[in-house]
Write a protein that binds this ligand. Sequence first.
Ligand code: C2E
Ligand code: MG
Ligand code: MG
Ligand code: MG
Length: 284
Amino acid sequence: SAKQQGKNCYAIFNSQMRQKSQNRLQLETDLRYAWEQQDFLVYYQPVVCLQTHQIVGFEALIRWQHPTKGWISPYQFIPVTEETGLIIPLGYWVLKTACNQLKAWTQISPKMQHLMMSVNLSSRQIQDYNFVEKINQVLTETQINPQNLKLEITETILMEKPEDVKEKLIQIRAQNIQLSLDDFGTGYSSLSYLHNFPINTLKIDRSFITRMNFNPENAAVVQAIITLAHTLGMDVIAEGIEKAEHLERLQALECEYGQGYLFSKPVSAIKAEQLLGSQQFWME
Ligand code: C2E
Ligand code: MG
Ligand code: MG
Ligand code: MG
């Protein structure tokens, strides 16, 4: 009967829901334990000048190897840490680790003094009441040149509490720290708000780069984004460059920088240092 079927549906729905919330609770528990055990790592992906192919900096990306499930993607666990609040201490740990690494690399040789380090921020971190003080504290502790630090934020963060966020970003910029707008083009915001925020760099989302070669319209969109950024005095990083054709097209469009598997995946600090030493990695 329909009633019976409804009951079955309810039972299935219920057990799926239960499974889901159990998995979720387990993930929260595992993350809290991983934090206590200091199980997280920071990997580094080169940011490359598209004209010279030299490494101009790195993006710090968190990594977590679960004791039984193996590597878990940040796309999967960062949202959980945002909901539980763990992202606050975890985010500062990534920032501090990346700044200490930057400090070490810039001291290797005078050639490294302009090396950039980019660190991703969550909205929870920016909303933290003493966000600006904590960033300043990291600068003091690690003694890096603030000009070598870039903080990556997303369009969503800008749209959530525009006035509050803008105020904090202005204070960050006043310290000479740079700001990038990550995953540009994936948000729902209009372009007109862009000039309201003190952004230095636009990062074109990987999805645009991937689709660029399939039809001329997608390439035109990338062209338009680059032109817009340059008009607003920003430079551009293309994310997700995987093919030589992507690189050629982006060079022709006068995109300054790029990241992607064509150059290098995110790697450990030791491997990143080797890449810096060789500076020929992109030909391999
Ligand atoms: P994101 O900031 O946009 O970082 C770029 C992502 O694209 C990284 O994924 C990187 O490994 C991947 N990627 C780079 N080049 C290529 C390519 O050529 N092809 C493909 N398919 N992928 C490429 P990852 O490391 O898995 O990080 C995913 C996201 O998790 C990041 O996206 C960022 O939003 C977030 N995330 C990572 N680390 C942190 C962190 O320390 N703090 C915060 N708040 N978020 C983080
Ligand atoms: Mg990023
Ligand atoms: Mg991105
Ligand atoms: Mg992304």
